[in-house]
Design a protein around this ligand. Structure first.
Ligand SMILES: O=C(O)CCC(=O)C(=O)O
Ligand SMILES: [Fe+2]
Length: 431
């Protein structure tokens, strides 16, 4: 009973971590300047256009209709996305998200633990103009490579109503109402940043113009420390507190392990991760030397990272795995398996024989192996956080993205950790 309660607290702590952050950011007037148009260059200061809808209408007319990704194609369908877009080759903005300190604020809010110290790059992706009636239905932003982990949206203080950004992850939903945050201001940007696997939509703009920049966020320099401001610059209003708290997760996990009713004889704890990660859609073990699953520890986000770090710190060895739901029992895989291999006649047998797969069986928190369990080839696992459909190795699914590139697929692996018997839980050296 106590183990169940302790595990429930761990589950709750892992689920509390927010996959987004947002706020407003005050900057000097020239930061709102925009130059656009190649032949007939135009200049606008978007902090000074409150009484100049004509200037905003001209900007809107200079945009092209925004497309989006449906599965592998990039399509135009104004019943799904109605907005104007401008490519980066067509405009220049004065705003510098690095020099202004905005990227640091985003990193220290969104990233947890050591990751907030790692270098991140923000690549300007598009300028969008949402006039009255414009919207973008639910989608996730399309990953173009494995280092992309999120998106940053920066909204200019042009008067508008509607155009709320709605974010969804697991069973949670959050709204980011740039119109309200910016009402009556002309010297602030509203910003929201979220992990790439967060589904989001922009509700219809009901008046005015919602003008925003989008940036792709990448891990810049894997393994190297980045520079993060220790103090917040003036004029920042952060709506969300910093995300996942590795210290809390570590403290609760350690209490869980002290509980003698949890796997008294030791065993395997399993966690379905909360975030999806971009994996190359195809990879050839003979050519691409590094298994994409081996790179995953340095790509972990939010509470997934907090959990991984907490296990490490407690002397447990966290392992990242794929789980494949076959007709019979799920199979755990410790490597990425080329998807086409799964399409052959006996995928389960192939995974077990050729890919080191292990059949797993779900057991309760108080599981102790009996005589007949010993020597069985199935691995008993107590799942602390559920593995669901999202954790399964997916080969095809309809994907609504912001682009039709499908070089990468989102997949949500799971984490397993071996724990020793009560009193001797550590299975590796604590860090
Ligand atoms: O403007 C926003 O808030 C989000 C836009 C968006 O989701 C996109 O461009 O992919
Ligand atoms: Fe998007």
């Amino acid at each position: 009973m106590t183990a169940i309660r302790a595990l429930a607290r761990l589950k709750q702590t892992l689920a509390q971590s927010l996959p987004y952050c947002g706020g407003t950011f005050e900057l000097p007037s020239d930061s709102f300047e925009l130059y656009y148009g190649r032949e007939n260059a135009k200049f606008l200061n978007l902090s000074k256009t409150a009484n100049n809808p004509d200037a905003l209408n001209s900007l809107q007319s200079a945009c092209e209709p925004a497309q989006f990704g449906r599965h592998t194609e990039t399509v135009l369908d104004e019943t799904y996305r109605k907005a104007g877009k401008m490519d980066t080759s067509e405009f220049l903005v004065r705003l510098d998200v690095v020099k202004s300190g905005l990227l640091d604020v985003v990193c220290s809010s969104l990233l947890s633990g050591d990751k907030s110290r790692r270098s991140v790059t923000a690549e300007l992706y598009k300028l969008n103009v949402y006039g009255e009636g414009a919207f973008f239905k639910p989608h996730t932003d399309t990953p173009t490579n494995s280092n992309m982990f999120g998106s940053l949206v920066v909204v200019f203080p042009t008067p508008h109503s509607g155009g709320t950004l709605v974010l969804r992850h697991h069973e949670h939903e959050w709204t980011f109402d740039s119109a309200k945050l910016l009402a009556g201001t002309s010297n602030r940007f509203a910003y929201a940043a979220f992990f790439s696997d967060v589904e989001h939509e922009v509700t219809p703009v009901t008046s005015g113009h919602r003008i925003n920049l989008t940036y792709n966020l990448y891990w810049a320099d894997l393994g190297l420390d980045g520079i993060v401001l220790s103090t917040q610059p003036d004029g920042v209003n952060v709506l969300q507190p910093p995300s996942a708290n590795a210290t809390d997760v570590g403290r609760i996990l350690s209490e869980v392990l002290e509980d003698s009713s949890l796997l008294p004889a030791g065993g395997t704890l399993g966690f379905g991760l909360r975030h999806a990660y971009p994996f190359p859609r195809t990879w050839d073990p003979a050519v691409d030397k590094l298994d994409p699953l081996l790179l995953l520890p340095i790509l972990l986000k939010g509470s997934d990272l907090a959990l991984y770090d907490a296990c490490d710190a407690l002397g447990l060895e966290p392992k990242l795995k794929f789980i494949s739901e076959t007709d019979d029992k799920p199979v755990l895989l410790d490597r990425a398996v080329q998807l086409s291999v799964m399409e052959i006649e006996d995928p389960e047998g192939t995974m077990l024989r050729e890919h080191n797969g292990v059949v797993v069986e779900e057991v309760g928190a108080d599981f102790e192996p009996s005589e007949e369990d010993i020597g069985k080839s199935v691995r008993p696992v107590h799942w602390v956080t559920r593995v669901g459909a999202i954790n399964k190795l997916a080969s095809t699914y309809i994907h609504y993205g912001n682009e039709g590139v499908l070089s990468h697929l989102y997949m949500t692996p799971c984490l397993t950790v071996e724990v020793g018997p009560v009193g001797a839980r550590q299975t590796s050296r604590a860090k």
